[in-house]
Design a protein around this ligand. Structure first.
Ligand SMILES: C[S@@+](CC[C@H](N)C(=O)[O-])C[C@H]1O[C@@H](n2cnc3c(N)ncnc32)[C@H](O)[C@@H]1O
Length: 562
């Protein structure tokens, strides 16, 4: 990875890369979601970009300016500052740089900024505005590493929607981007790399990268070289001109050493008035913990120095997680022989899953558990089998020995051979992506479906879990007692804080999030408590499970979640 302070790209590299890319059409998805004025002002205040300071010295970059929501407020403040400090507009030629990929946005932004400057009494504004606002792809533009402030609202474009050639070019340039990352990951990396020492990046941006696998490289870069200075979770806040379902956070990162963090979690009701109060809070000499009707906020002594998933939630939830990490062990633990895993991926469910038990040798059919079998909170198997190509020792079976299996796979050979896994190793064309774990089928296990609005573990003893189910096995736990703990809102809080949130509050119960759950040692629970948890699990009694879990964790109540 190049050092943070290098000039990002030089012109010769760009000349080589850019002409090879197909032009971007105006109609393509550009991830345009415009930011409201009060949010822009809040962010500028947070970065101390105020007219009272001599802003002609502050080099600022807006990477994706749209029609100028940020630039309008920036240039107004700059203009006021020039007057206060007796400077000329010509002094600011290299003070501001902005980009947008769409020509019509660049034109609108230029017109609006020029009109603003004229209204402010400046003359000869066109040339300087054209120099400030450029029509280019930010991720491919040649910028130095000498900015004081990178600020804006980067585009929300999913990996699959970025034209492929352009995407691979981005990946070559920006180490945190992979074929699966949203474009804003590259914007954060490039923004950070273009900061001078002490410079800051302030984006309002979806917080997915803090929680999911594709954000790992970016979390690593930040925890190794930068400092998170403020994080304001803005889930559901009316921050944009159009309503969007992203879960954004105002994210302030400095090129410097990590210190304290201004942390806030907004109610969906947060508006310009609440924003003013939030500003009053963070501009205090020593901001403490506050609880406002529209947000709660606190100062954290440090940030997460890890590429592991970063949690989000109210200050109370963060304090709860810290307390849990100090007092309890992770759910997956060798001391209790507890393991978390995912069910089998086949690469061709239509072939490998069947409800016709006649066509295959019975020893190569395994009753398969899918999420449809556990929606009621109990196992109600609907009769699907995995057509199993593996033997007991974990080797692919010799098809010669299983004439029915052979005929079945040959019948579906075209589909099976098309799979990525089959193309990599052509002689293993009938292998499933994952192997079958020996013994997992008959072991007692808790299973959870990937997507759900509440945590809902179910006990299974005789099926093999399919890919969209996650499983937990343990020899140290009575699984019904553990099931009671996991059915509780206490356990759910971990997944809520660490996991990616989806539309309508649906959570994902993937292994990486289940592994973040902390649990008391089984031996620390007395018989009454164990019985209460077991009974609550049997009765699917979430309230009872929560009550017993609070006692098990030594808590009086759940932390306030907002
Ligand atoms: C989320 S909007 C934000 C606009 C503006 N900053 C605001 O907050 O109102 C993102 C903008 O990024 C632009 N964009 C998309 N891809 C870009 C790229 N690779 N380089 C520069 N701008 C890009 C889009 O045209 C769109 O105007």
């Amino acid at each position: 990875m190049p050092p943070a302070q290098l000039t990002l790209l030089d012109q010769s590299e760009l000349l080589e890369l850019v002409p090879a890319l197909p032009a971007i059409e105006e109609g393509d998805n550009h991830g345009a979601v415009y930011t409201k004025e009060w949010v822009v002002d809040l962010m500028l205040d947070l970065c101390d970009y105020r007219a009272q300071r001599d802003l002609s010295h502050i080099r600022l970059l807006e990477p994706s300016c749209g029609d100028g929501a940020f630039l309008q407020r920036i240039v107004k403040r700059l203009s006021d500052s020039l007057r206060i400090h007796g400077r000329a507009l010509a002094d600011t030629r290299d003070t501001i740089r902005a980009y947008d990929l769409q020509g019509r946005n660049v034109q609108t932004a230029r017109e609006r900024i020029a009109a603003l400057l004229v209204a402010e009494g400046w003359t000869n504004v066109e040339a300087i505005v054209a120099h400030w606002i450029r029509h280019a792809d930010y991720l491919l533009a040649a910028d130095g590493a000498d900015f004081d402030l990178v600020i804006g609202n980067p585009p929300y474009i999913r990996a699959q929607e970025i034209p492929e050639k352009r995407r691979s070019t981005y990946i070559r340039l920006w180490g945190t981007m992979t074929m699966g990352t949203d474009i804003f990951v590259g914007f954060i990396e490039k923004g950070l790399r273009s900061l001078k020492h002490g410079g800051r990046l302030c984006f309002i941006v979806a917080d997915r990268w803090q929680h999911n696998a594709y954000g790992r490289k970016l979390r690593k870069l930040i925890s190794e070289r930068y400092a998170v200075e403020a994080m304001f979770e803005m889930h559901g806040v009316d921050a944009f001109a159009a309503s969007v379902s992203a879960y954004p956070a105002i994210t302030l990162i400095r090129n410097g050493n990590q210190g304290r963090v201004l942390y806030a979690s907004a109610q969906t009701s947060l508006d310009a008035h609440g924003g003013e109060r939030l500003k009053d809070w963070f501009t205090r000499e020593t901001p403490g913990a506050v609880s406002d009707p529209m947000f709660s906020a606190c100062v954290l002594p440090d940030w997460f120095r890890t590429d592991e998933i970063w949690p989000s939630g109210s200050p109370e939830v963060l304090a709860f997680l810290e307390d849990m990490a100090e007092r309890f062990q992770p759910l997956e633990d060798t001391a209790t022989s507890t393991k978390v895993g995912i069910g089998i991926a086949t690469g061709a469910d239509d072939v490998f899953i069947t409800n016709d038990a006649q066509g295959i040798e019975p020893e190569q059919l395994i009753p398969l558990l899918t999420s449809a079998d556990i929606t009621t909170g109990r196992v109600q198997w609907q009769g699907e089998y995995l057509v199993n190509p593996w033997d007991e020792a974990g080797q692919l079976v010799e098809l010669m020995a299983y004439p029915k299996l052979k005929a079945y796979f040959l019948q579906h050979a075209v589909v099976l051979k098309k799979r990525h896994v089959a193309q990599k190793q052509q002689h293993r064309w009938y292998a499933t992506i994952d192997k079958v774990h020996r013994g997992l089928r008959d072991r007692p296990k808790l299973v959870l479906q990937d997507m759900s609005s509440t945590i809902s573990p179910v006990l299974d003893t005789q099926h093999y879990p399919h890919h969209n189910l996650y499983w937990i096995t343990s020899t140290g736990w009575d699984l019904e007692v553990l099931g009671g703990l996991l059915l509780s809102e206490v356990a759910e809080l971990f997944v809520r804080a660490y996991g990616v949130k989806m539309r309508n509050g649906t959570m994902r119960f993937q292994s990486q999030y289940l592994r973040m759950i902390r649990v008391p040692a089984p031996g620390s629970l007395n018989d009454d408590l164990s019985n209460a948890l077991r009974q609550a699990f049997r009765d699917r009694d979430r309230a009872g499970a929560t009550q017993a879990a609070l006692l098990a964790y030594g808590l009086n109540a759940l932390p306030r979640s907002k």
